[in-house]
Design a protein around this ligand. Sequence first.
Ligand code: AMP
Length: 110
Amino acid sequence: MDCVFCKIIEGKIPSDKVFENEYVLAFNDIEPKAPVHILIIPKKHIKDINEISEENIKYVESLMLSIKEIAKIVGVYESGYRIISNTGKDSGQEVPHLHFHLLGGKKLAQ
Ligand code: AMP
């Protein structure tokens, strides 16, 4: 499968990793939109939020639980942060592998 995030999981494309467990990988976005811009992805190819199901919920559960741990690692747990997940064409989703953007490190525009 020609998926850039699957290739990152497999180690075929390098990434600037900040967190990893059995189900989840988090790394710095290559084109950061804020001082802190992390991508959090499941280590299984789930296309987007619409593809979350009972079958892959363990990955999503772990991803959700990892958010606050990653926020601590990158120093925004106290100051605050924003989570965004684009789904589908109208959202502008570029990479069709479920991912959560964690943005912070400055006061974010509303
Ligand atoms: P989205 O538009 O929600 O699909 O966001 C995809 C994100 O992936 C963008 O913010 C890109 O900058 C980021 N991205 C694409 N390729 C890489 C890569 N090889 N390493 C890190 N981030 C990437």
